[in-house]
Design a protein around this ligand. Sequence first.
Ligand code: XMP
Ligand code: MG
Length: 229
Amino acid sequence: MVSVAVTVQQTARPAPAKEVVSCSGRQTYHDDMAKILYTEAVISQRVAELGRQIAQDYQGKAPLVLGVLKGSFMFFSDLVRAIEPCPRGLTLDFIRASSYGSGTESTGEVKLKADLKLEKVEGRHVLLVEDIVDTALTITTVSRYLLEECGAASVATATLLDKHERRKLVYRPEYVGFLCPNEFVVGYGLDFNEEYRTIPYIGVLKPECYSHLGIEAPEPDGSGESSDE
Ligand code: XMP
Ligand code: MG
């Protein structure tokens, strides 16, 4: 008989959590939404289409599907399951990218955090998965890094949203879920101030959600206090 000793370390009991109330004074994030742009059903249908298209295009290849954290986590997990029939040799990994800025605008300096082994990327066909391509500074930096530093055979991008009107660099993602209007959007992985990521649809917040935190509502140009991840 094998006996297992379990030691429970006693730590101070945490203070009871503060009641969290949304900006509208109610208990749920849904109350904070001014409008929904893409419903759960619409997203799911589009992700299925993208998955089928990707499966077809990568037939006979062994793609490395690389999620750009954090915003892509929900799209990534739905998309990889929709890549059907799944090409043999498909593997997954993640990279973390953040842009530095005053809080509302990126300065254009993108920092990458990757725990990728170069041999994992060298010679591979990489499919980057992004939540949103906006100015395209992030995706351009990540693509260049993979091609020039890591020796990827090819790099393509699947983005759920394309805010194409805000480009600072010319970049055309190969797979786009939706062309996104110039509004600051949250949900389905996208955050404001690290919140709202878990909402299953994509929407726009009520202006009072910003004033509630003493922040000005983002301009319709789409800039906002997202974590840029
Ligand atoms: P760039 O400008 O480099 O930006 O293409 C990409 C990153 O900026 C963030 N971003 C947003 N986040 N709602 C968000 O929650 C938005 O409307 C939005 N626009 C840009 C996002 O992290 C993206 O990966
Ligand atoms: Mg992102």
